[in-house]
Design a protein around this ligand. Structure first.
Ligand SMILES: Nc1ncnc2c1ncn2[C@@H]1O[C@H](COP(=O)(O)OP(=O)(O)O)[C@@H](O)[C@H]1O
Ligand SMILES: Nc1ccn([C@H]2C[C@H](O)[C@@H](COP(=O)(O)OP(=O)(O)O)O2)c(=O)n1
Length: 225
């Protein structure tokens, strides 16, 4: 059986957080596919490539110069893009919105496909994104679709951005989340939706530990742990 768990869902549902915990707990690889789309957007803004220039963006995505390196003293993977640690810069709401735009372009998605699949090794993989279970790893034995109300997700994101020193209003974040949901769910290629065989978890009133416990139970049910 392929040792792959996919976790898809909208912004702020908790995918990244639980994916990180599970990867540390199980010792499996972690794929933060959203970071790849954020890096394409970040690089496009840096190099003056228009966010709708399909040929230039897909060529850029194919050659994306990024390494994920383990931060000293912690178990965090840091994206080193064109030689620079950009972990913080790609996390802004501006970069998330730009990522959602470039992610709607099929040639960009195609260009990132092999790079994402290469994360699946014998070591096992937790893959976090929007189309992990539907497109990138359709044979994964455990697929999770993690959701939460837009209001709860906005509040989580607000607290997260406040901690990292970004000054934003909760109303602006809710608006941004709704716009991004709409774009990610209604695009023609690889729209955000649960895979037919996904287990849906609504985390609105669950703690992080409760979500991790539910996913662990699903892994144990199929004999993966
Ligand atoms: N079940 C939960 N309850 C409360 N806060 C949560 C929960 N899951 C995640 N969070 C918090 O919400 C924020 C967004 O989570 P994150 O994992 O980045 O979401 P995503 O990767 O789906 O965008 C983080 O600050 C995280 O600590
Ligand atoms: N597998 C993926 C991952 C992300 N994307 C796009 C759509 C998202 O709005 C952006 C940013 O994704 P990311 O997971 O980093 O965003 P959040 O942390 O959930 O806010 O990238 C995608 O289309 N497919």
């Amino acid at each position: 059986m392929q040792k792959v768990i996919t976790i898809d869902g909208p912004s702020g549902s908790g995918k990244g957080t639980v994916a990180k915990i599970l990867s540390q707990k199980l010792g499996w690889n972690l794929l933060d596919s959203g970071a790849l789309y954020r890096l394409v957007a970040f690089g496009a803004l840096k190099h003056g490539i228009a966010l709708d220039d399909e040929p230039a963006l897909s060529e850029f995505a194919l050659k994306l110069d990024v390494k994920f390196v383990l931060q000293e003293g912690s178990e965090l993977l840091i994206p080193v893009f064109e030689g620079e640690d950009v972990a913080k810069q790609i996390r802004t709401e501006e970069c998330g919105a730009a990522a959602s735009k470039v992610a709607a372009l099929n040639p960009v998605r195609d260009a990132l496909l092999d790079r994402q699949r290469a994360f699946a090794t014998d070591a096992g993989l937790i893959a976090d994104g929007r189309d992990m279970g539907t497109v990138v790893f359709p044979d994964a034995p455990v697929k999770i679709y993690l959701n939460a109300s837009a209001e709860e997700r906005a509040e989580r994101r607000y607290n997260q951005l406040k901690l990292s020193g970004e000054s934003v209003s909760i109303a602006a974040i809710l608006n941004e989340i709704r716009t991004r949901d709409e774009r990610d769910m209604n695009r023609e290629v690889a729209p955000l939706k649960p895979a037919d065989d996904a287990i849906e978890i609504d985390s609105t009133s669950l703690t992080i530990d409760q979500v991790v416990a539910r996913i662990s139970e699903a892994l144990s049910n199929v004999g993966l742990i």
